[in-house]
Design a protein around this ligand. Structure first.
Ligand SMILES: Nc1ncnc2c1ncn2[C@@H]1O[C@H](COP(=O)(O)OP(=O)(O)OP(=O)(O)O)[C@@H](O)[C@H]1O
Ligand SMILES: [Mg+2]
Length: 500
């Protein structure tokens, strides 16, 4: 290619020289005619095609998406080959410092066995449009120039360029800094710099590895996600929007929100936490949905509290938090706003699988609830929420994950005792995790495990006591039994706490 450029350089120099002479001595009409003919001669002699991609395009000189995608593609694929690199700070990227090839640098690429050349350039401010590309960028502007042999024109213009643009966008998505979005109340949607969603950087550390759950169930969820991620063509083939719905249900503290974070990290998706109680009506819901991006998880937490099954919104505080006082500051305003809110069940169903749900592509919708039985069957029927995942109380398998997370141990002689206690009572992973957390800097593994055992034994004893008292009411007085582990009795617990 170097030799070719030298030859081309001399050819260009000769042509420029000739132009200069004609510019000086010949009238405009003759010059133009000559230019056209020269162009034709060069086209015959020069077997290469060049395409230029300018950094800015359109009347408003917006940064061209194609230029950005090519820059990202070249940064990842070919910049290692460039000798002179340019460092740029890119906003919203995991790695804010991006290296790309500098001006007047050239790299090669290969596509289906065809060699191509990319050059990064900047037009000189006194640039004259003696260019043989399809488009000559304006003076002082950056551009990429792609050069390839004309016999590969179809392959490059159709397949290769599409490949570069898609790959560039894909890399940018992969490297982006992920966000956690929450919807703003519609009263703040308009005006300068207001938008429907507010965001912060999403940095939740949860992964499937750290999620305490039966291994078999966990793998089932992971496989489902992988199938979804790789299913673009499949979804297109069967004519379905590329989206998947999950319903996560289980008691508070069993890991529903943690699993959503693990899913987002696994899929490398953004998270849109949709607070339905802040959405006034179905139209607003649609507007919010349209503004969500691809590769995102849209979450509606506590769906049973967000929407009444009849379609009228309930007061979240009244239904879901019994301890909430009947009157509280702002209650009146809230009731008023709820009366005027009209997000209906049908609006929500349209949100899940109406035509609006198809915009943007590659999206997961997750509902969570503590009370799966309360949900309207229409909301959770098969095909709407594709997969129902139960997160339940902590058993031995889940405990082992927590022990690994919190204490970095795979086994311990106290595990057997904990395993049997976890079969005797229902405790959430959140409770177990709380007890495993060292209470002071020097607390060792054994002390942490013992603290968990004590808490579990206390709970078992209390439940036995309650059970006993209930039975006493119905039948003859009950003898307090020795607990399965043989260490404490209910009496021990009442009198001495947990003497183990
Ligand atoms: N399955 C789990 N694996 C790992 N950690 C868990 C799990 N369940 C709960 N935890 C721990 O308990 C905390 C609370 O869990 P999380 O918020 O996920 O529960 P939840 O099911 O969403 O509860 P709620 O129904 O109240 O929203 C988490 O921060 C996490 O530390
Ligand atoms: Mg939660």
């Amino acid at each position: 290619m170097g030799e070719l450029w030298t030859q081309m350089g001399s050819l260009m120099a000769t042509i420029m020289f000739l132009y200069a002479i004609f510019d000086r001595f010949f009238p405009t009409a003759l010059r133009d005619a000559l230019q056209i003919h020269t162009q034709k001669v060069v086209n015959v002699l020069y077997p290469y095609v060049q395409i230029t991609f300018s950094e800015f395009s359109g009347e408003r000189l917006k940064r061209s998406e194609a230029y950005t995608a090519i820059q990202t593609y070249l940064s990842e694929n070919s910049s290692q080959l460039a000798k002179r690199l340019k460092a740029e700070v890119v906003k919203d990227s995991q790695n804010p410092l991006v290296l790309s090839m500098d001006d007047d640098e050239e790299v090669t690429d290969e596509f289906q066995g065809v060699k191509l050349w990319w050059a990064a350039s900047k037009t000189a401010s006194n640039h004259h449009a003696y260019s043989f590309s399809y488009y000559s960028p304006p003076a002082g502007k950056r551009y990429f120039k792609l050069t390839f042999h004309k016999k590969h024109r179809d392959l490059i213009t159709v397949s290769y360029i599409r490949h570069v643009l898609e790959e560039g966008k894909e890399i940018a998505l992969r490297n982006r800094q992920r966000k956690l979005y929450t919807n703003n109340p519609s009263s703040g949607w308009y005006g300068y710099k207001q938008s429907k969603w507010s965001h912060i950087v999403f940095e939740h550390p949860a992964t499937f590895e750290t999620l305490a759950m039966e291994q078999r169930k966990k793998e089932e969820v992971i496989n489902d996600l992988v199938k979804f991620r790789n299913g673009k063509d499949y979804y297109a083939k069967i004519g379905k929007a590329w989206k998947r719905g999950y319903l996560l249900y289980g008691p508070p503290g069993t890991g529903k929100s943690t699993m959503i974070a693990a899913m987002a990290n696994f899929m490398n998706y953004d998270v849109y936490d949709l607070e339905l109680t802040a959405v006034k009506d179905n139209t607003e819901l649609r507007k919010l949905l349209i503004e969500t991006s691809s590769k995102a998880i849209i979450v509606v937490e506590d769906i049973d509290c967000s929407l009444d099954l009849t379609g009228q919104r309930n007061l979240k505080k009244e239904r879901c938090e019994d301890e909430e006082p009947k009157d509280y500051p702002g209650k009146k305003d809230e009731e008023e706003s709820n009366k005027s809110s009209k997000v209906t069940l049908s609006g929500l169903l349209n949100f899940i699988d109406g035509i609006w749900s198809a915009c943007g592509g590659e999206r997961i919708i997750i509902f969570t609830t503590n009370f799966v039985d309360k949900l309207d069957p229409a909301l959770i029927r098969t095909g709407r929420m594709d997969k129902h995942i139960e997160l339940s109380f902590c058993r031995f398998e889940a405990f082992k994950v927590l022990a690994k997370n919190y204490l970095d141990i795979d086994s311990h002689h106290l595990f057997a005792r904990i395993g049997s206690l976890l079969e005797m009572t229902n405790v959430t992973p959140a409770d177990v995790a709380e007890n495993l957390m060292p209470k002071c800097v020097n607390e060792d593994v054994e002390t942490c495990l013992m603290s968990l055992i004590q808490a579990l034994e206390k709970k078992v004893a209390e439940e036995e006591l309650e059970g006993g008292l209930d039975e006493e009411k119905d039948e003859e007085p009950t003898q307090h039994k020795k607990m399965n582990n043989g260490y404490s009795t209910v009496e021990d617990v009442k009198e001495n706490g947990f003497m183990l």
